[in-house]
Design a protein around this ligand. Sequence first.
Ligand SMILES: [Zn+2]
Length: 701
Amino acid sequence: MKKLIVPTVVVLLMLSGCNMEKSQIMNPFLSEYNTPFGVPPFDIIKNDHFVPAFEEGIRQQEAEINTIVSNQDAPTFENTIAAFDLSGEILRKAGGVFYKLRSAETSDEIDSIARVLVPITSAHQSNMMLNTELFNRVRAVYENQEAMDLSPEEARVLKKIYRRFEKGGANLDESGKSRIRKIDEQLSMLSMQFGNNILAETNSYQLLIDDETDLAGLPESVRSAASDAATKAGHSGSWLFTLHKPSWIPFLQYSENRQLREDIYTAMFMRSNHGNEYDNRNIIKEILALRIERAKLLGYESHSEYMLTDRMAKEPGNVYNLLERIWSPALDKAKVEAAMMQEMIDREDGDFELQTWDWWYYAEKIRKEKYDLNEEEVRTYFSLATVKEGLFNVVNNLYGLTFELREDLPAYHEEVVAYEVKEKDGSPLGILYMDFHPRPGKKSGAWSTSIRQAHLMDGQHISPVHLIVMNFTRPTGGKPALLSFDETLTFFHEFGHALHSMLSRCDYLTTSGTSVAWDFVELPSQIMENWAAHPDVLATYAKHYESGEMIPVELINKLEAASKFNQGFVTVEYVAASMLDMDFHALTDADGIDINNFEKSSMERIGLIEEIIPRYRSTYFQHIFSGGYSAGYYSYIWAEVLDKDAFNAFLETSLYDQKTATAFRENILEMGGSAEEMEMYMKFRGKEPTIEPLLKGRGLQ
Ligand SMILES: [Zn+2]
């Protein structure tokens, strides 16, 4: 049956309006989940449940806010801040499912529901943030806190909530408030549209190869994945490559066909930049103008200044300082790498100049020549099962945690697995869902997201439910999923986020788990990558998927040596994107801006070489235009300064030193956002972090 998108919306609206009673009775979001650990009953949740649940959730939270503001007692932490922190349970439950599906398992129907939900939830958020009576009570507690004898976490919750109101415009007059409301509404629609456009452009491109000679250079696993993809798309007998990373990256690395490399890479970096209905340039302009207007209304010069006040970095100048200190050694290194590649091209009588679409190919060849490191060989030691076991062991060695597969728990897709995470003494900590492979309808990349945060309710600790989503190479041609070393690092990384969520000992939602400053949130994740890559750890978990033999020492040495290879490129493309983000958001006026020219001059200013493009070009820079990373893409490297310095604490003692592990767990992982980030770090490390371990780790010093 053909289904049109518009009627679906109408039907949903009617359902939510007229048929409320029936859908409420059946709606799982509106009653307590009758499942082990109270995980969402994914098996009975239907798309029809979302709109009524969100609507009821909004009504519920409005009623809770009314109770807070109509309280005749003087405002206290309990009756105002704690009550506000806990309010909105139905919305949290419905959001804890809906937004996960929207990223990991979307469909036209989910998209059309999102179009209904985005404006109503954004309006609800604004209503709360601009509720004068509510803010007056929050402010009263904030200003009288000295007399209240708050715990450190409570003081932190209070500060965060007060700042959220202030940054949301609560201190403005009525016309200012209504303008902020309008801006936030428009921004949420625009960022959604931005992401949809990229998804549409990503999915619309196909490189379909019929002639086997065009596969020259591609290893068997890449061919077989492309053949499977073609068959699935109804082109049996051909090979299909797409703009999803596990498809285009190996193609660029191995394909000898320079023209096809250019085709697919150009398609990738021109996404949403074609002047068609999916072009994102005008959306960026609108987003920038609205962000500047909002910042100015709230008393800031620029969006970056507005965003950074509550981060570890505090102000844009500190970010530029760090990026610049890394930029010049990285650029020097990248130039050396480019020269090596050009030399190889010349040696092979290539008679052309190295271009962006050649970099991956020659990097792979030089890697092979210099380190004789064959990624396909490497993969054989990193089957998904092997890596998972290795990861579980590392976490067990550090914190004593164990993991039990729970096939009885409902999940939103048959490929999603659930694990019960347990303390050393066997007591349950929470549930972790893992979703490993790409599917149509799943965004690209990898992410970690909370379905339910740990917190205290009626004196009871509510355990966390967490989800990590990846896009790892699928099992193909009868082989299990064999991960690249990069994918292995990604797995450890996302798992680190999950630990931050699992181990939270915070009482409040505002501070729990990963509710920390953006430039701190990647510390718990990135530090895990250090164990994944350490030679002594590799020697314990990387084993051949068929023979079970441990990875040979020579291969470990090669991996170690190769880890410094191409770091000029990797650092440059990342820092370039970070600079682009900072430059966009340092603007105090976006009038008449031409997005492509702005990007070009921003890159010229820092001296980016032509052979490299920023990791994300403007029109598909989702992190900053449809994710939470605006004026914050730098935070990965900011956090890497922290993680390399923190890992040094283990290197100075031992890899699983219990004293250091306990200090990291107690001062960082369990603390969530309940203290100032630098304060937590200093407590763990006993001193401020230094940049040298990062430069050394990347081979830039
Ligand atoms: Zn991360």
